[in-house]
Ligand binder design. Structure first.
Ligand code: OGA
Ligand code: NI
Length: 208
């Protein structure tokens, strides 16, 4: 893509994010990166752990709130995912310069919602910690059809906006103020989910 097209494409979602607190980008990853991610995901499914709720020191598993399984990524350990980390870093740079956000780190996990899985309405910032600035989710579901459930439901100004979790769709939103939930999925639902952080993860875990 010539640089000028790239610039237009980037500013569309940056503008949307600034105006409506969320933006959707379809065909997010290049084919090769997407293939790599899908293969990696399938190879790790046995290592997934039930997701927890709350901040690090007091987090616990609460199946009434969320029922997904997660696998946290580590840039050094999961080095075969380098093209993914490079892409995340490019998004972070766009946000830093497009929206003047100070974003110093990020954290990502794969998420697998078993059939019947859901995540009740919530914000992505924890009560006592405001490190998560921007939420970013890329869906990895081939052949997802209406009726399969598992929509991301955004609650905004009295409206409900439902986003289908289709393959290679990225949704980006403000972690501090956008109330959202995952509706019951009628078949297993996969995503790569993460947050761009004000400070690197592990720093100021107990800070405000
Ligand atoms: C989350 C979350 C939404 C989704 O993990 O905090 O809200 O669509 N996920 O997977
Ligand atoms: Ni969330």
């Amino acid at each position: 893509m010539p640089p000028i097209e790239e610039a237009k494409h980037v500013s569309r979602w940056i503008d949307e994010l600034a105006e409506q607190d969320y933006a959707i980008i379809d065909n997010f990853f290049e084919d090769d990166t997407l293939k790599l991610i899908n293969t990696f995901f399938k190879g790790k499914e046995l290592d997934f752990q039930p997701a927890k709720v709350g901040q690090a020191s007091i987090e616990k598993r609460v199946p009434e709130i969320r029922t997904d399984l997660t696998y946290w990524l580590d840039r050094a350990r999961d080095e075969s995912l380098l093209p993914f980390f490079v892409k995340v870093e490019s998004v972070r740079e766009e946000l830093k310069y497009g929206l003047f956000l100070s974003l110093q780190g990020y954290e990502f996990h794969f998420a697998l919602y078993p059939s019947g899985g859901f995540y009740r309405p919530h914000l992505d910032q924890f009560d006592a910690r405001s490190n998560r600035m921007i939420s970013m989710i890329i869906y990895l579901n081939q052949d997802w059809h209406l009726g399969d459930g598992g929509e991301l439901r955004i609650h905004k100004e009295g409206l409900e906006i439902d986003v289908q979790p289709i393959m290679n769709r990225c949704v980006i939103f403000r972690s501090d103020c956008l109330l959202h939930e995952v509706l019951k999925a009628n078949k297993p639902r996969r995503s790569l989910t993460g947050w761009l952080l004000k400070r690197p993860s592990g720093v100021g875990v107990l800070g405000i």
